[in-house]
Ligand binder design. Structure first.
Ligand code: GDG
Length: 500
């Protein structure tokens, strides 16, 4: 079985993301700063490459401070996370004015781009003020990136390879514009790349954004642009042609802009598969019940289809009463963007729905929904993934969805459980052996859950084995390697390791 090792890179890499791979905490008494590491898949894959290549990471440290933050602390010696080796001189903090940052982040990023790019324009607010702050904060990130690029050139004078600047996600779609401009002016050669973690919408939706031209031009300032799946690439290419009048090559996914040819590539992200297997192996059993468990794990976000999911579960209990007292839905909903009113309303709606369904079906020894509004530790999460009978991943729209992948990685028990996934998630495009479920068809979704709960063991094994094999092979290191290949920046002899 092939599993991927960390790739070896030829050039240094500068990663630019809205947040640094850790947040800074300030001790209220001493004012001393410390790091609080994040363990997401992106960080796991990218941090080792930045560390090894003597690169840098540019981002917001998660706190606003009246005075400049000053020296960034080194990591704590007990820190075992992938960012532990990231030295403080490899970090460039972006410190913005709090009001402007709020308007950029909560206003433009999460109030406009998030719903629009998930094809929910009815939820998008278009504010000229927020847009102004988006432009301003993107410029600030670009200036900090140039600072990082200067440092990188000074440090690695012996290297023949130009550094890669890799900008992430919808918060920073304009930054490449000014990075390219300033890098050319100051003679700081670099290769520019952008990756979008959310869907890129079809032209008909995208063009609703009043400043759509600028977004496309910003992204096209890069040499290579990556999306999770081919459909998003095609949407982007289509927008460039129809909105900017660019010459495009759909077959080879190329866009011509100012005499340059921009490569557009599908780069589906993976997960640190082995880490999840280890977590699942090491996790204690938590469920003390004979009942079957259906699991949902999501940020509390309207794109994740949580309301439809609960309604489908209600229909299941209504139409298939044999599942009453036999099956529970464990829904973990992680609080998210709690400053945005859409999210506060969703919280209310979920609370009411859980209450209503539980009120309707609960008996002395069973309640249908167990609802955790909060975050659980990774080990605990792995135990849920491992011991659940069914995972419900039913977003209305989702760039990829890592929960679907983490669930299959943790399914080490025999016989395994069943994955149900929405075709509107990037993950639904390629996890062919999962049961597909359209979250908008609530009655049908209930039938799919019934099918999962009653699926024979051999069919479950067959499907899960194939799903697990794909995720093991196309893990997060594979993603990183695919990105570096697309940039032409991987050592010739770099291959994934082979393991039995
Ligand atoms: C964006 C795109 C794309 C969740 N609850 C807990 C917890 N989690 C972790 C999961 C998973 C992550 O959060 C969620 O990742 P998703 O991919 O599902 O969703 P988004 O946050 O919306 O991410 C998405 C992704 O970027 C990557 O490109 O797939 O489409 O929207 O890793 O494990 N982790 C812990 N406790 C929890 O309670 N520890």
């Amino acid at each position: 079985t092939v599993t991927q090792s960390e790739p070896t890179i030829k050039a240094s890499m500068i990663v630019v993301s809205n947040r640094l791979p850790f947040v800074l905490k300030k001790d209220p008494k001493t004012g001393e700063l410390s790091r609080c590491a994040s363990a997401g898949g992106l960080v796991t894959a990218v941090a080792p490459v930045v560390i090894k290549g003597n690169g840098l990471w540019v981002g917001w440290p998660g706190i606003h401070s009246k005075e400049p933050l000053g020296e960034i602390p080194e990591s704590d010696p007990s820190d075992q996370t992938p960012t532990a080796g990231l030295r403080s001189d490899q970090v460039v903090c972006v410190e913005a004015n709090p009001t402007e940052f709020d308007s950029y982040y909560n206003g433009c990023c999460n109030g406009t781009f998030w719903p629009l790019f998930h094809s929910m324009p009815g939820r998008a607010a278009f504010s000229a003020d927020d847009w102004r702050n988006y432009v301003k904060v993107n410029k600030l990130f670009a200036m900090k990136t140039i600072e990082a690029l200067e440092k990188c050139h000074k440090r690695n004078t012996a290297s023949q390879n130009v550094p890669i600047v890799w900008i992430h996600d919808y918060q920073l779609m304009l930054a490449a514009n000014w990075v390219r401009e300033a890098a050319e002016e100051r003679n700081l050669p670099c290769q520019l790349a952008f990756f979008l973690h959310i869907p890129f919408p079809p032209w008909d939706i995208f063009r609703l954004f009043p400043w759509a031209d600028e977004i496309l031009q910003g992204i096209l300032s890069c040499d290579m642009v990556g999306f999770h799946i081919r459909d998003y690439c095609l949407n982007f290419v289509d927008c460039c042609q129809r909105h900017l009048g660019c010459r495009v090559d759909r077959k080879n996914l190329l866009v011509e802009q100012n005499g340059r040819s921009v490569r557009v590539r599908p780069l589906p992200i993976g997960i640190p598969f082995d880490r999840f297997v280890d977590l699942a192996r090491g996790a204690k059993k938590i469920f003390k019940t004979q009942q079957k468990i259906i699991l949902g794990v999501d940020r509390l976000d309207y794109t994740k289809g949580l309301v439809n999911r609960l309604k489908a579960f209600e229909v299941l209990l209504e139409k298939h009463p044999e599942h009453r007292e036999q099956v529970s839905l464990l829904q973990i909903s992680v609080p998210s963007r709690t400053d945005v009113s859409e999210y506060q309303q969703l919280k209310e709606e979920m609370d009411q729905l859980v209450g209503r369904i539980n009120g309707r079906f609960t008996t002395a020894n069973w309640s249908p929904i167990r609802y955790i509004f909060g975050c659980v530790g990774q080990q605990e999460l792995a135990a849920y993934y491992r011991d659940a009978d069914v995972a419900l991943v039913t977003p209305l729209r989702d760039g990829m969805n890592l929960v679907a992948k983490e669930f299959v990685a943790c399914q080490i028990n025999q016989p395994p459980g069943v994955l149900i996934v929405s075709p509107f998630a990037g993950a639904g495009e390629m996890m062919h052996e999962a049961l597909l479920c359209n979250p908008y068809e609530i009655d049908e979704a209930a039938e799919v859950i019934h099918r999962a709960l009653t699926m024979p063991e051999d069919e479950r094994s067959l499907r899960m084995n194939r799903l697990r094999r794909r995720e093991m092979e196309c893990d997060v290191n594979f993603w990183m390697r695919s990105f570096l290949k697309a940039m032409g920046s991987i050592e010739e002899d770099d291959v994934g390791v082979t393991r039995m």
